[in-house]
Design a protein around this ligand. Structure first.
Ligand code: ADP
Ligand code: MG
Length: 266
């Protein structure tokens, strides 16, 4: 369980970035975090994994508090991060080294590495690319290797910070379906995104507006009740179509009435 408890944060004093933010994410949830550019989404992600610490309030993972250095060390192992730019993800020069590097960092025993490596590459369908070099891979494939490196470390939460935004539609679909599969296996997924089509697969949406939590709930309720364009977001195609059809329904009813009255014998 991840808890934001009345969190305040600023980079420069007097310019608040996160204001009085409280929410709880249960273990195993699939949550999308949305909001306009600069509203504070990446800052929230960095507060979750303790890269940034709250100026007031607490960020807790289970019973661990990010503001305690000893507890933060334990939290780090439980939270994986996938970033926006697949080019930036690679530290080493091959797929296998990339995954082994991460495992060495968290002191996984040698004999356990192979099974973790195989499992992680299978999870992202990149098992045929064990010895490939990063520059040989497409953006989507690079992103899948970055995910594998994290899956191999077996975190409880993976945060995807705009991780689909630089991918082509096929790469995006593949990464999305990996997220769904990891969620199905019980992992907590936090997906920060601008793509409103993507958030329909989440169980819950958090809308951030100027550093405050503006909406917290079901995606369908979100699109029904919130003026999303006011927050520089777009309605997904399916929702736009549904709303258009709904608007037509009264007309449709009138039209049917008109026809039946025309045809009535009296
Ligand atoms: N390292 C930083 N130093 C100072 N200001 C920052 C820094 N990182 C982000 N900001 C500012 O904090 C606000 C929130 O940024 P961010 O969390 O990156 O938003 P988002 O990810 O939603 O686009 C923005 O106004 C941004 O300019
Ligand atoms: Mg960001």
């Amino acid at each position: 369980m991840l808890i934001f408890d009345h969190v305040h944060f600023y980079y420069k004093k007097g310019q608040p970035v996160i204001q009085n933010m409280s929410f709880t994410i249960e273990s195993g949830q699939f949550v999308a975090i949305v909001g306009a550019n600069g509203c504070g989404k990446s800052t929230i992600a960095k507060l979750i994994n303790g890269l940034l610490l709250p100026k007031e309030g607490h960020v807790k993972f289970n019973d661990l508090d990010t503001s305690s250095p000893i507890e933060l060390h334990k939290i780090h192992k439980q939270i994986g991060f996938v970033f926006q730019n697949p080019e930036d993800q690679f530290i080493t020069t091959s797929v296998i080294d990339e995954i082994i590097f991460g495992l060495e960092n968290i002191s996984v025993p040698r004999e356990e590495m192979r099974s973790r490596l195989d499992h992680a590459l299978r999870a992202v369908q990149m098992e045929d690319y064990l010895h490939s070099m990063p520059h040989e891979l497409s953006g989507g494939q690079k992103q899948r290797v970055a995910i594998a490196a994290i899956v191999a470390m077996r975190p409880q939460i993976i945060i995807f910070d705009e991780a689909t935004s630089m991918l082509d539609p096929q790469g995006r679909r593949q990464v999305l379906s990996i997220m769904q599969e990891l969620h199905r296996q019980g992992m907590t997924i936090i997906h920060i995104t601008h793509h409103m089509e993507d958030v329909l697969s989440a169980e819950r949406i958090l809308l951030i507006h100027q550093g405050r939590l503006e909406f917290d709930g079901d995606p369908l309720v979100f699109f029904e009740t919130m003026p999303v364009t006011d927050y520089q977001l777009e309605l997904p195609f399916g929702v736009r179509l549904y709303q258009m059809l709904q608007q037509k329904t009264p007309f449709l009813a009138d039209w049917k009435e008109m026809i039946s009255s025309q045809w009535s014998i009296n």
